[in-house]
Structure formats: structure tokens, C-alpha cells
Design a protein around this ligand. Sequence first.
Ligand code: PLP
Length: 451
Amino acid sequence: MATLSTLQQADIQHFIHPFTDSKTLGEKGTRIIERAEGVYLWDIEGRKLLDGMAGLWCVNVGYGRQSIVDAVSKQMQQLPYYNSFFQCTHPPAIELAKTIAELAPAHMNCVFFTGSGSESNDTNLRMVRRYWDLKGQPTKKTIISRDNAYHGSTVAGASLGGMSGMHKQGDLPIPGIVHIAQPYWYGEGGDLTPEAFGLQAAQALEAKILELGEENVAAFIAEPFQGAGGVIIPPSTYWPEIKRILAKYDVLLILDEVISGFGRTGCWFAAEYFDLKPDLISIAKGMTSGYVPMGGVIIADRIAEVIKNQCGEFTHGYTYSGHPVAAAAALENIRIIVQEKLVEKVATETAPYFQSRLQQLAEHPLVGEVRGIGLVAAIELVKDKSLRQRFNSDIGVGTWCRDLCIEHGLVMRSVGDTMIISPPLTISLAQVDELIEKAIKALNDTYAKCM
Ligand code: PLP
């Protein structure tokens, strides 16, 4: 049997990890996760961890769901693979498209399947440009996104995203994608009220459309709240103003719900939570709860009619678009969410409790702000609360806190000095208490280390 050190050695020698500095991997060693059940993970040394991140924001129904294993296994035996190109399809993909159409906002009734969130956003880029060509407005090509957005790691996904660190590697963004400021009041709002700042951030979209010319702007892409950017929840004035601007200039809305979809906000989709009417919704993650990879784009009727009736062949697709095994996992995952009323439970029970308990952390001397909606939240670690003053980024206070969380048996992610929590939707109230207690211990230890 492989030992911890032989596995770690092989890992360092042969495995280039995503979003990882391979050099520090060699210095620190990797944490090897071996099994999981419910909201808990166990590493290879037997340490039990409460997974406050649902993997990477994806394990909505929790780990160890035998019925998903059974559905996948049955589908593998019956039809492990077939494609949906060239006038073929198969029952699981058809059933899944119909199921998602029923859950999606009423004006959205079609789905294009992909293998991931990144592929979904690549699909969006091609689909909106094709749409405007077919509508006789071929100059409408530019997509406006936001600084510090995350839309994936493929060339189009990373270009659509606004992460400067990603743009520096690979000469991105590609042409035809521009970025405006993000609605991050705590970090960038200065002396403005959140409401005034929200309006100002939204009006940056109007200014950019006017600068480019509305005849050149295809779409605005945004996460309803920025996830990987640090759970940045726009002020209440932001989305209503964005809606007004998009309608005025006939610019499409691509809503990236890769994190927010499938219940995280206490609605099936955050479009409902923020009262938005998107033209395209990117989905992945919670679609299968991460049991197998799958993504997709939910398409508004206005777009779908044009693609269906005027496009001819839409020359886009992935070998694994609508993969039958992934579709079987997604169907069973959705069945669980419906049967266990997880979306309603988040809205009425778990999220209100989680958010109210989290607010207690705002009293902590290290915590500048706690913000969240549904079952997602951020805790900003600061040097001086009253001034919203941050620590020098070289110190890595967020990384200290993340590592101390692990010592107390909790997985939280750090984005700079912002701690992120996004647990499985199945977390119980007692487990929320456990999460908060562990977080307090980690915050205390981090504080002691900072002082
Ligand atoms: N969009 C958002 C909002 C995401 O958070 C992510 C991943 O974290 C993606 C897209 C990319 O998804 P994937 O990693 O499945 O390609």
C-alpha cells in the first residue's frame, strides 16, 4: 500500500496542480483527501475536516450519496457513452434538458450541454456573437465583463474573467473583451454609501457602452455575486441599474451561475434572488454536485429561437456535451435536491441561521466585515476595523487563517485576506454551530499570530 510520503513524492514529481505554485507544493507537501461523507472529509492521515467549501463550491447535496453512485453505475452499464452530435441523442440528456428547463426562469426553455463552467462561457461567447450576426447586427461583438470576475480557465473563460494574475499568463484577454470596475463596496467604495457606490459601479457599464458604441456591444457577463473574487455581493442598487442599462442599449445579459445555480442562494437560480431576466445562464458545479463533471448554458427563448431556426448548423460542441453518465448523475442530484426540499430549506432555515451566526464573527477584532447571502459568505480580515485597513499582502494573513482552520478541522478558502465559506446545502444547524466554533478558534489563533 502506498504510504503518505511515497504518494506525496509521486504527486510532486508528476502532477502539475491547477492554481498552485509547484515550488511551495514541494516545500509544504500536499494534503491528500481520501474519503468523504455528508459534510465531512478525511485526509490520508485520518484527520476529519468539516468541508466549509463544498469541495470547490460544488458538492451541494453533500458527499456519499449512494443513489447517485447507483444512477451512474446503471447508466454506465446501459450506455456509458454516446454523443449528441449529428442528429443523435439519448434519454438521459433529453430528460435533463427538460428538467432544467422546468427549473429555470420561465423565459428560458433550452439547454446547451458542456463539460464545465469554462466551456459554458466559451459557448456563451460564440452563441451571442452568432446571435447578433443572425439578427443582422454583425458589429455587436464586444463583451463587457468586470475586474476580478471569474469565468473559468480556458482562453475565453480567463479572458472573460477579470483576474489580472490570469491575464498575465498567456497574453490575455483576447480581443473583443473589455472590463469595467467591480461592485466591491468594502474594498473600493471609499466614503460612498453602499447604495451610492452600487449605482456608480453600475453606471460604469453605461459609460463603457457609450464609449464603445452600443452597435458594437454584444453582451455583459457577470456572476450574480462574485465567488472566486471574494464573495462580493453587489449593493442593492447595482442590479436594478444594470437591468435598466442593458434594456436601454439592447445588450444581452450572460449570468454566470456556475456557483450560484442549484440552490446556493435559497433559490434554484440567483436570477430569481436578484430579480434578473438573463439571456444566457452558465451552469456547472451544483448541477451534478461535482460527482462527475458537467456544465451547460440555459438559453432564453429569444436566443434559442434564432439559433434553432436561423443558424443552420451551429458549429460548436464538445465530445462530452450531454454525456449520458453525467446526465444521469445530474438527474439524480436534482431529484435529491427536490425530494429533500433543499432549496426551500436553505431559504427558510439553514441560510437565516448560518448568516445570523456568522454575524457574531463581525465582533472579532480581526474581522472588518462579514457578508453573505444564502449559504455563501465572506469574512474580511483587516488590520484596523475602523479604517478598513488591510494587512500588507506579503504577510499572507488569509493563508495563515486557512491553515489554522485546517488545524481546527475546518476547510475555509482564502482569497487574499478574505475567508470564504460555501458549505454543502445539506449542512445541519448543529454543523453550522460546529463550523462557527472552529472558525472562531482559527480567527483567535490568527489574531494571536498577527499581534
Ligand atoms: N464561472 C464561475 C462563476 C466559477 O466560479 C467557475 C469555477 O469556479 C467557472 C465559471 C469555471 O468552471 P470550471 O472550473 O468548471 O470550468
